[in-house]
Design a protein around this ligand. Structure first.
Ligand code: AMP
Ligand code: ZN
Length: 117
């Protein structure tokens, strides 16, 4: 069922504390932790605690939780004192999504190119 923890989901395991992560922020509904393979000086993933497959599924199922995730990307950027930063939701395998528990990448601390690859 949408929102329920999934046994085979890496990020549900991080939420449950079964896999360690460098957690930078936590709220009632979200967790933010450092990416294990950082692509910028700041590379933090913000996830809802509830399991949703991707950004599209989250937006459809729970607009309030969608806003919680977006608000937390701002909080992460403020904590790392980023004036400019990029928020990315890879959505679907063709866009590079590899973990199917929605996550916002917050990237900053270096110059960014556009368009992304
Ligand atoms: P995506 O390719 O958009 O699905 O992003 C998945 C991200 O999760 C990648 O940037 C990985 O480096 C990151 N990742 C995978 N396993 C872990 C982990 N155990 N802790 C933190 N980040 C992870
Ligand atoms: Zn999950």
């Amino acid at each position: 069922m949408a929102g329920e923890p999934q046994d085979d989901c890496l990020f549900c395991k991080i939420v449950a504390g079964h896999i360690p992560a460098t957690i930078v922020r936590e709220t009632e509904t979200t967790v933010a932790f450092r990416d294990i393979n950082p692509q910028a000086p700041t590379h933090v993933l913000v996830i809802p605690k509830a399991h949703h497959r991707d950004a599209a599924a989250l937006a459809e199922a729970d607009p309030t939780l969608t806003a919680d995730v977006l608000r937390e990307t701002k909080a992460v950027a403020e904590e790392d004192k980023l004036e400019s930063y990029r928020v990315v939701f890879n959505t679907g395998p063709g866009a590079g999504q590899t973990v199917f528990h929605v996550h916002a990448h917050v990237l900053g601390g270096r110059g960014m190119q556009w368009p992304p690859g």
